[in-house]
Structures are given as C-alpha cells and as structure tokens.
Design a protein around this ligand. Structure first.
Ligand code: ZN
Length: 370
C-alpha cells in the first residue's frame, strides 16, 4: 500500500472533472476532494494490508464517478533529510515477526513486498534503493508506478522476486506463500518480515523495523516519533452520541464484507471517536455483509475505500446494496471514502488519516437517527 516524485510526500491532487456530490461535499466540508479519474481498477484483489483475502476475481471497473476525500499529507522532518546524507550502518540485523534474526549485509537493491513497507522506505529517504514493489504499493505514486511490480504479496513468485537481483526482501507477516519465501532465502537473499498487528502501535513498530533492517535506526526513531505524535494528536474523545460507523470492504458484487473487531478499520474508527457498527453486532474480523446486520445496527455513516466505492458504481450503486438505503447513513447519503493504503496501511500517514476520519465524523448529519 502506501505510494512519489522527488519529494517523498506530495500534497493534494485533484483528478479529472466532474460534479461534486453536494451530499458529501456538505458532510466533509473542510477536506480536499477529488473525483477518481478513470482509475484503473485493479484486476487482482487489492492488497491493502489488513484487507481481507479472497480468491474471488474482481468485477470489471464501474464508471468512475466517485467523490472521494483525498489524503492530506504533511512532510516530516525525517523525510526532509536528503537521501545522500544517509549512510546505512551495515551489516544490519533485525528480528522478524517469528523471532528469527535476519542479517542484512547490503541494502543496495530492495524488493518491498507490501505497500506500507514501500511507503515507509520512501519516507525514510531510501526509496532510491527500491527495485521492485508489490501490487498494493500506491504511494508515493509516481515512484512506485515506475518500478517493476512483483504481483500480489500473498502469492509471490520466487523467480519473479529473484529476477530483480535483490540484496534484501522486506515485507510483513502476510507475505507468502512460505515456499516462495523459502526459495528466496535459499538463494541467499535475506527476507525480513515485520509483524503487522491491527493496532495504532503498528506504524511506529514497522517504521523502526524497516529502519533497523536498512541500518538507519536513528533515522527510523525520528520518523516513528513524528508519526506517533501525529497519531496521538489525532485521537479524539467520541462525540455524544458516538456515530455508528459501518466499514465496508467492497470489490464489486463479488466481495462485500464488513470489518469487525481486530481489523485496522476497527482501530481507526474507534480512535477517531466512532463506534464500529459491526463490532456492536459481535462481528470479528471481516465477515460478509448481510442486510439483517445493516438494518439492525442502523449506521450513521458508511466508510469505504475509494476503489471499493468505485467498484460498486459510486454512492448510488452502494446504496442499492440491500439494506444500506434504509439506514441513517443511506437516507442522508453519508459516505466517507479513503484511499486504501492511506486509510488501512498503518503507515507514515496514519495520523493524518485518523485526523481526516475524526473530522468527518464531527460533521455528520444526525437527522434520521432513531
Ligand atoms: Zn502491512
């Protein structure tokens, strides 16, 4: 997940033309918005970390009409250090998520298996060492689009990774299959996989892990502290009553799931002062969307990912999913959409994503709440 040009962080972009939905425009008044362009809809399941896994194919792209809130991104102190000022201390040693020590003699050529790790490497100023990324890498956009793509991190091909002649393969615990990882290790390439728990501690932990693996631990400490400060500042006491937020992971008609407890979406909703409507119903992890659940929980707002919203045909298509129209969220057309990696990536921009969600939850239309 996550996603550049020369500067590791970009500010807002506005895409395409189109009319802005007054409903959302009113709801998220202070946020930047843009229409998704003819966003190519990924042909494979998107790999936002923390997103559910499914073997179902994607449906074809729906017409791009959606209004979405664009991430606002602020440069960090750490990222503003010029890359040529970094001298990695090598060999580096890092302890992976299974407790194994991984020795890393060279960070000259890095293959990054997840979008969040890629975003962290760039935020640490080491993006020029990245020689391959996975299909969830979307930030920094220009940089990752120009790099060879190794596909989906859960279905790696050892040959594909090794063809890039990496000196380090870095990712998180969701990388696989194990046979491919073993083949890469047998070829003599260190594979460093971080833990990636659905908690607000994950961004700092992953940043420290990456920095340790790259031999730039001090720089990682600076960036991690900045991100942790941003996250702490973005957390807010809930409005009274707390809005009921239903997070939907959508890929057309084939994949329609709600996010319950123990998901990054739940962590973000709760920290922003919302009440996760799925968790209220006792749902854990990602579960199929059911009209009965939706009607029972009566969400005030539907929280979606941009590509997911696009895949169902925008807000109108979303509200045709059984049950959704007949809720406060549906009646008031209160839909908040974020970029996958920005919102679920648990990376350098998590504090900003949290602040965006918190702001959105404080401008909801509460009419129609029973
Ligand atoms: Zn991850």
């Amino acid at each position: 997940m996550g996603r550049h040009n020369m500067h590791p962080f970009r500010s807002h972009r506005r895409h395409g033309n189109g009319s802005v939905s007054p409903a959302i425009g009113r709801k998220i008044s202070r946020q930047q918005r843009f229409f998704a362009p003819g966003l190519l809809v990924i042909a494979m399941l998107l790999a936002a970390c923390g997103a559910p896994v499914s073997s179902r194919p994607n449906t074809p792209p729906a017409p791009a009409t959606e209004l979405v809130s664009a991430p606002t991104v602020h440069p960090t102190t750490a990222a503003s250090i010029p890359a040529d000022a970094i001298t990695p201390q090598l060999p580096a040693v890092v302890t992976d998520y299974q407790g194994e020590r991984v020795a890393i003699p060279s960070v000259e050529r890095i293959v990054s298996l997840t979008g969040d790790m890629t975003e962290i490497i760039f935020a640490l100023g080491m993006g020029d060492r990245v020689v391959g990324v996975d299909s969830s890498a979307t930030y920094p956009p220009e940089a990752v689009q120009a790099l060879p793509n190794i596909g989906y991190q859960r279905r790696l091909s050892a040959e594909g990774v090794l063809s890039l002649a990496p000196t380090l393969v870095i990712g998180d615990e969701s990388a696989g299959p194990p046979e491919a990882l073993a083949q890469i290790r047998v070829a003599g390439v260190p594979v460093a996989l971080a833990a990636d728990p659905p908690t607000l501690a994950a961004p700092g932990q992953k940043i420290r892990f990456v920095a340790q693996a790259l031999g730039i631990a001090e720089r990682g400490e600076i960036l991690a502290a900045e991100v942790e400060t941003a996250i702490a500042q973005a957390q807010a006491p809930p409005p009274d009553p707390a809005p009921r937020v239903l997070f939907l992971y959508l890929r057309g008609a084939d994949v329609q799931q709600v996010a319950g407890a123990n998901t990054p979406a739940d962590v973000m909703i709760t920290a922003a002062g919302g009440m996760n409507a799925a968790t209220l119903m006792g749902i854990d992890d990602f579960k199929p969307l059911s009209a009965e659940v939706v009607i029972a929980v009566q969400p005030d707002v539907l929280l979606v990912l941009e590509k997911g919203l696009e895949s169902v045909g925008g807000i109108d298509g979303l509200l045709r999913i059984p049950g959704l129209a007949d809720t406060p969220a549906g009646r008031n057309r209160q839909v908040v959409a974020f970029d996958d990696l920005y919102f679920l990536g648990m990376g350098p921009r998590t504090g900003q994503a949290l602040a965006d969600l918190s702001a959105a939850l404080r401008t909801l239309d509460r009419q129609g709440r029973p």
